[in-house]
Design a binder for this molecule. Sequence first.
Ligand SMILES: Nc1ncnc2c1ncn2[C@@H]1O[C@H](COP(=O)(O)OP(=O)(O)O)[C@@H](O)[C@H]1O
Ligand SMILES: [Mg+2]
Length: 307
Amino acid sequence: MIETENLTKKFGDLVAVDGVSFSVSEGEVFGFLGPNGAGKTTTVRILCCLISKTSGGARIGGYDVSDEADSLKIRKMIGLVPDNVGLYEALSAYKNLDFYGRLYGCPEAQRKENIRRFLTMLGLWEKKDVATGTFSKGMKQKLAIARALVHDPQVLFMDEPTANLDPESSKTVRDFILELRKEKRTIFLNTHNLDEAQRVCDRIAILNTKLMATGTPEELERMVGARRAVIRLEEPSQTVLAALKKRFPDVDVTADGTSLTVEATDPEKQTPDIVEAVVRAGGRVQFAGVVGSTLEDTYLKLVRRDA
Ligand SMILES: Nc1ncnc2c1ncn2[C@@H]1O[C@H](COP(=O)(O)OP(=O)(O)O)[C@@H](O)[C@H]1O
Ligand SMILES: [Mg+2]
């Protein structure tokens, strides 16, 4: 649905986006994760046909972002929640959305239905006739999301939609993204928030001017260091340790007090077998979990400029 190849943008001497290639499938929630200044907004502006690229290519639904005729088609297919909300503050929530819907040539019946639907989903229907100038940051952000959806775009770009929101509003926005995913819309989410990327994205690309890595959150976690399954028992047991070593002869099994640690390439998959072996050997399990490298470890390793 979204494809870039060696996409590059220079502002004078400054290279803001450097040879970035990725592809996003239809229905995917794709996280574009990177620190401030990484080039996230610049990339999204190119994909939304708002600024031109310097070199390389980018297509949405097969249409070329730098072809004038194609870009008209792309604009109808996409919605953008920009990094600065920009609403008409004197107009009511409803009128803001209606204005955008008209701008996109969305027919009246569909416009009415979509405005009602998205304002309701975002908990703003009661406030539909209130001027947006009086809205809180969280309410404005939600309205900006509804505005980006009024013409029912297949692809939604969101540029740091939870930045500056309190935890509760951030959660509403994240839950809403998960709702939209059920509708099979393609969502491109810029964020510098690791936790957010991990919670809502099917795949994540880590950007730091260049693309550092792409993968599912689990794949990215596995990029750095070994991971371990840790089982905590009621009491230390040499019998259980011996049984585990016998069952998993090729992996490193260690004991420390009541904790048993099993190095594993895929601990989530192996934990049920490990727990079963422990229980069979008479061990009583208090806790089983996976520790080791996290998305944060991978991210920090990849984006630390002086590393
Ligand atoms: N219009 C512009 N003119 C000059 N430099 C820009 C412009 N827009 C962005 N930049 C620079 O490009 C780099 C990437 O910016 P941006 O895409 O906004 O990053 P992000 O959204 O990841 O924080 C930054 O160094 C920024 O200062
Ligand atoms: Mg930005």
